[in-house]
Ligand binder design. Structure first.
Ligand code: ASP
Length: 339
């Protein structure tokens, strides 16, 4: 009793995903998210040595069924747990959308205490199940003073990634999570947390709680794209769009007029479909180049990939209905990611 009093308190919020998935034996066969937060925590009795763990089951769903609204609400619960005495928070969920959900938490949770998102690439019943090890690693990071003031972290496969950089890069590998622009911030070895670098503080986003979220489309361009999908967006119920263009931020010349027209209707953000590197600003000068598009009022995603730029655009448009204020906020956040 007295020993547990000196242990840090960690709250685990569970949302489902492979880490919570088992085969119930009913048809259709296949694993589905059925384990509660308490079930998941109970599979790792070694956690008792590290922390007093409280579990809260929020959802038991595949992560593709989560919404931005769900995670905005989760950010409120996470913040509440941290202000009510938790030393850190761990979120368990499916890996399919983890790079987006973790970034939402990174943008919204205002606390220096660790928030760590984890999951599993293999379900608990499989020979190579990784959920228990990932949960142990996530709780270890959440209890570490080295993890203070790093924003939201994603911990899988004994690697510690910043939410703002991490991407799921493989369908099934245990090493699916990578941070192409920065590499992992650190790793775990023999249960020790090792941080090789720290991230800069993110500029704050304002408040989006209890507001209807601005809906933002994400469109990836392909060879020979004539812009038929992009043309439709103006008449659809979107408040903004992120276009994943070619290379450094390019579109076919024949799409320029369509994009210019769309800029008159809603904010248009340009990202790179390569998924890594920072968008160019002043290299190419042909129609449809990054210089050309930026001069026509398109915003740059900077170092963010399309998925993360879509999250950021939705949240800034929700917080700042005026387009110029939303743009200032969007740019101050993208430029705070890499100084
Ligand atoms: N389909 C699962 C999900 O995202 C995959 C996983 O958890 O790894 O819910």
């Amino acid at each position: 009793m007295s020993a547990s009093k000196s242990l840090p308190k960690i709250v685990v919020f569970s949302l489902g995903g492979t880490i919570a998935s088992t085969d119930s034996g009913s048809t259709p066969r296949g694993v589905t998210p059925q384990l509660s937060g308490a079930d998941i925590v109970a599979t790792v009795p070694q956690l008792d040595r590290l922390a007093v763990v409280e579990s809260i089951s929020v959802r038991q769903v595949p992560s593709g069924d989560l919404t931005v609204e769900d995670i905005v609400e989760l950010s409120r619960q996470v913040e509440q747990a941290l202000t009510s005495g938790a030393d850190g928070v761990v979120v368990t969920q499916g890996t399919d959308t983890m790079e987006e959900t973790a970034f939402i938490l990174d943008l919204l949770v205002r606390s220096e205490r660790p928030v760590v998102v984890t999951g599993a690439m293999r379900s608990p019943g499989s020979l190579s199940a990784d959920g228990a090890a990932n949960l142990m690693a996530a709780v270890t990071v959440a209890t570490s003073s080295a993890a203070l003031a790093l924003g939201t972290l994603v911990v899988l496969n004994d690697e510690i990634h910043a939410a703002r950089f991490v991407r799921k890069t493989n369908v099934s590998s245990l090493a699916a999570f990578q941070s192409p622009n920065a590499g992992p911030l650190g790793w775990l070895v023999e249960g020790r947390v090792r941080l090789a670098m720290r991230v800069a503080p993110l500029a704050s986003i304002g408040s989006v709680l209890h507001r209807p979220l601005a809906s933002v489309a994400l469109v990836k361009l392909s060879l020979g794209d004539e812009g038929r999908i992009v043309r439709c967006l103006a008449s659809m119920d979107y408040s903004g769009v992120v276009i994943e263009g070619f290379g450094g931020g390019h579109v076919p010349a024949k799409m320029v007029a369509v994009i210019e027209e769309l800029v008159g209707v809603m904010p248009v953000v340009l990202a790179s479909r390569t998924g890594s590197g920072e968008l160019l600003r002043e290299t190419y000068g042909y129609p449809g180049s990054e210089r050309d598009l930026l001069a026509r009022g398109v915003w740059s995603a900077g170092v963010l990939d399309g998925l993360k730029a879509r999250i950021l655009l939705s949240l800034v448009l929700t917080d700042q209905p005026s387009r110029s204020q939303a743009r200032d906020r969007f740019e101050s956040i993208t430029s705070s990611i890499a100084l």
